[in-house]
Design a protein around this ligand. Structure first.
Ligand SMILES: NC(=O)c1ccc[n+]([C@@H]2O[C@H](COP(=O)([O-])OP(=O)(O)OC[C@H]3O[C@@H](n4cnc5c(N)ncnc54)[C@H](O)[C@@H]3O)[C@@H](O)[C@H]2O)c1
Ligand SMILES: [Zn+2]
Length: 358
């Protein structure tokens, strides 16, 4: 178990393997209601919906399911509005609980619905993708996309608990598993040299989704995220470290209209460019750059943004909502296990590194 310390908003992340039936016991600790709505997407519902529904009903909850189509295209205000209607129809009141069962899409849109329905009801995250287990289900960032951009509407709203079962990851597609691995590597680079070494050492069993490795990975990433969020819930400083590779990555995703790269693939390429830039500026040793690149490539993640125009990448990076005063904010690794936030990197250096034929 990992605790996220946030005063009266603190909560626990329970991590286990093949332990879904225990969910009922955990819910019994939530005393104020017997009414619950499960929000999930079509794929997850098909695989796990009936089982989760049965476990929760057996635990004594009156439960309905709301199944959204899934995919980035449904992370929007129309889905939020539809969810509110489902919640009204099911008679959910301010004491009811929402349970988000799925990947980051379900977690973000359902978390946002929980944050705003009747000015906020309690919710629980049951993340079923690796990305959601190591990243999006922890930390309380909820939100939806607008036609003009991703995650433009949202709220910081912490769950009451996070329930992780690594057995969910068995059914994940290879590509979605890889996307989560990119975020996993990120934690090693920004925070934990030893963990990076672990990922290198156990890369074969990790690739095979060995359960013991998955338990270690999710526990370690959740501990790091809990520590960071505990110190900087609303991203006024430290939490921005989690954006390593993301300023580059978001530009690659946007310029390819979210069709070419998964989020993790774009972040993987972005982390390589961040490390190359740091190496060019003399901040990180070239042997560390090699270790970062090798690990990313070993897992089969991409190391190139293809034929995108460099000027367009820079223009897109300038639009990143994390920037302040029009200056590109970048997280760069200064060693394996340590990264820093920079606001003063010149665009010429960024362009040079993007153009370099390495
Ligand atoms: N809130 C945050 O802090 C935060 C952090 C990172 C990313 N995000 C958001 O997360 C979203 C991406 O999340 P994602 O990568 O989990 O995508 P996702 O939720 O779309 O899941 C990926 C695919 O896997 C399927 N799936 C989920 N669990 C499965 C399982 N156990 N077995 C088989 N298939 C399964 C889903 O139906 C979907 O098709 C993005 O919108 C991103 O903005 C949020
Ligand atoms: Zn990310």
């Amino acid at each position: 178990m990992v605790r996220v310390e946030l005063g009266e908003r603190s909560y626990d992340i329970y991590i286990g393997e093949c332990w879904l039936p225990r969910l009922g016991e955990l819910l019994a600790f939530i005393p104020q209601t017997t009414q619950l709505i499960i929000v999930t997407d079509e794929n997850v519902n098909e695989l796990y919906g009936a089982r989760v529904l049965e476990i929760i009903r057996n635990a004594g909850f009156q439960t309905v399911s709301a199944v959204i189509p899934g995919g980035e295209g449904c992370k929007n205000l129309d889905t939020s509005a539809w969810l509110y209607e489902q919640m009204i129809a099911a008679g959910l009141d301010r004491k009811s609980i929402l349970l988000a069962l799925g990947g980051g899409i379900v977690g973000d849109v359902a978390g946002f619905a929980a944050a705003t329905y009747m000015r906020g009801i309690d919710y629980i995250q049951i993340p079923t993708t690796l990305l959601a287990q190591v990243d999006s289900s922890v930390g309380g960032k909820t939100g939806v996309n607008l036609p003009s951009g991703k995650n433009l509407v949202g709220a910081f709203y912490q769950p009451k608990l996070v329930f992780i079962d690594v057995a969910f990851l068995k059914t994940l597609s290879a590509r979605d598993y890889l996307t989560g691995l990119a975020e996993t590597i990120k934690y090693g680079i920004i925070w934990d040299q030893e963990f990076f070494g672990y990922l290198e050492q156990y890369r074969e069993p990790i690739k095979r989704r060995d359960h013991q490795c998955l338990m270690h990975i999710t526990s370690r990433c959740c501990s790091i995220k809990a520590k960071i969020v505990g110190q900087d819930e609303t991203e006024s400083g430290l939490r921005a470290l989690l954006n390593l590779g993301h300023t580059f990555g978001h530009a690659f995703e946007a310029l390819t209209k979210y069709q070419t790269f998964t989020h993790g693939e774009a972040v993987a390429v972005g982390m390589i460019y961040a490390a190359r830039l740091a190496c060019h500026l003399g901040m990180i040793a070239s042997k560390d750059l090699t270790r970062i690149t090798d690990l990313i490539k070993f897992f089969g993640l991409p190391d190139s943004f293809g034929s995108l125009d460099i000027g367009s990448i820079i223009t897109q990076m300038r639009k990143d909502k994390k920037n302040i005063g029009g200056k590109i904010q970048l997280v760069l690794p200064v060693a394996i296990g340590r990264s820093q936030i920079f606001n003063d990197i010149s665009e010429a250096d960024v362009a040079m590194i993007l153009a370099a034929d390495i």
